[in-house]
Structures are given as C-alpha cells and as structure tokens.
Write a protein that binds this ligand. Structure first.
Ligand SMILES: Nc1ncnc2c1ncn2[C@@H]1O[C@H](COP(=O)(O)OP(=O)(O)O)[C@@H](O)[C@H]1O
Ligand SMILES: [Mg+2]
Length: 216
C-alpha cells in the first residue's frame, strides 16, 4: 500500500509522513518513505534518526514507479511518499498512491491550495483525505473558531475531511529534530494520541490487515 502527502509548502507534509511512518512501524508494519521533494526533509530526518528501521529513498517524482516496485519487492507493506508542493506533480502522486493525504493549516492561504488540490484529485478520481494540521488546540468549548471556519469552507468535501486534528505543538518539531516521531518521543502525550488517531483512520481507509490491529 502507498500513501502520498501533497500540499502547500509548510502545511506539514513531511511532519505527517514521518510521524505516520513511525506510527505504522510502531503498529508492527514494515514501512518505508520515498522523499520526492527536492527539499529532502524526510531524508534529512532519517539521517538524524540513524536507526535504519525506516528506509528513506530520494526520488524525482517522475521516477516514482520503479522505486515503488522495489519497495514492494523488499516486502515493505506501507510506502509513504513525501511530495513537493508543486501542484503539477499531484497527478503523479495520485497515480501511485492508494490514499493521498492533504495536510493543511486552517488558514486562508492553505484553503486556497487545498481547493485546487481537490479539483485535481477529483479529476483523476483518486482516494484522498484532508488533514487539518498545526491547528489551535481544542478547548473546553470545542474546536477553535479557525478550525470550525476551515471545516465550513470544506463542507462540500466533508466526507473526505478527517474529523480529528493535529494540534500545533512544539512536540512535533522537537520529535523531528531528534529523528523521531511523536509516538516514540512522547508516547503518552497529546500529540502522540492525535497521530495514533490519524494512523487509525489511515489504516482503516486502507483496510490494513495484520500487525497490531489493537494498537489503537
Ligand atoms: N502540528 C505541528 N505543530 C507544530 N509545528 C508543526 C506542526 N506541523 C508542522 N510543523 C512545523 O511546521 C514546519 C513545516 O512543516 P513541514 O512538515 O516541513 O511542512 P511541509 O513538508 O509541508 O513543507 C516545520 O518546521 C514543522 O516542524
Ligand atoms: Mg516537506
């Protein structure tokens, strides 16, 4: 199975990819990452990680096909693709991914890009989901007005909008700078809970069998 992240620069593609890969590994799956963004964030993260438990390959988006095939031959169950922000590359991700994730901050600029991405992904007919990232925290009165506004702006695609959120927390970059995912770095913390919940939604959408299904 293959999951790709597309979206605006700074929306959280690399953070979502690395954290989901770690959550998948933690759930007992053999995971790998293809870093198709010239910024090479996931590749750098893995160099800091040094554990060698998540292979990360760099690739031009145009060369994804053979790399995905070799990941399958290496019995990698889940390949995560970190795409560049360039919208012209999105159809390539759609061609290879079983699920495309669109992380977005609940801001006007991100919303504009997300609407463009939705048009592209709808036109090629692929499975995708929007993930609100770096969102203001949920308080006792519920989601923040920014998140509610973003959900309203996305009401036409509400079945494809993940019901949860990844909150803006310093734990996320802190885990990254250590080459970790939040589920390793602070397993009992709220960021880990959110990423486990996102992992659960992704594995349900992909109908993943085996490994530690009770993980969630
Ligand atoms: N949920 C979050 N909380 C706090 N910081 C975040 C969160 N998600 C991303 N960031 C930070 O925002 C910046 C951009 O995220 P990144 O994953 O590199 O985005 P992209 O790959 O889409 O360009 C990074 O510094 C990252 O650590
Ligand atoms: Mg990135």
């Amino acid at each position: 199975m293959t999951v790709a992240c597309v979206g605006k620069g700074g929306s959280g593609k690399s953070s979502v990819i690395t954290n989901l890969a770690v959550a998948g590994l933690d759930a007992g799956f053999k995971v790998g990452i293809i870093d198709a963004d010239p910024q090479q964030s996931a590749y750098l993260w893995n160099r800091v990680r040094t554990r060698g438990d998540i292979p990360v390959c760099r690739s031009d988006p145009a060369a994804l096909g053979p790399l995905i095939d070799s990941a399958r031959r290496a019995v990698i169950e889940l390949t995560f693709i970190d795409m560049p922000p360039d919208l012209r590359q999105v159809p390539i991700a759609a061609r290879y991914a079983d699920l495309v994730l669109i992380p977005m901050r609940p801001t006007l600029f991100d919303l504009k890009v997300t609407h463009s991405l939705i048009r592209i992904l709808d036109s090629v007919g692929c499975s995708y989901a929007v993930v609100l990232n770096a969102a203001p925290p949920i308080r006792e009165f519920g989601e923040s007005p920014m998140v509610r506004d973003a959900r309203t702006a996305l009401k036409d695609v509400s079945p494809r909008l993940w019901q949860g959120q990844i909150t803006n927390r310093v734990t996320v970059p802190h885990a990254t700078v250590r080459g970790s995912g939040v589920v390793e770095f602070e397993p009992a913390g709220p960021a880990a809970r959110e990423f486990r919940s996102l992992w659960a939604a992704v594995s349900k959408s992909l109908k993943l069998e085996g490994a530690n299904r009770e993980y969630v």
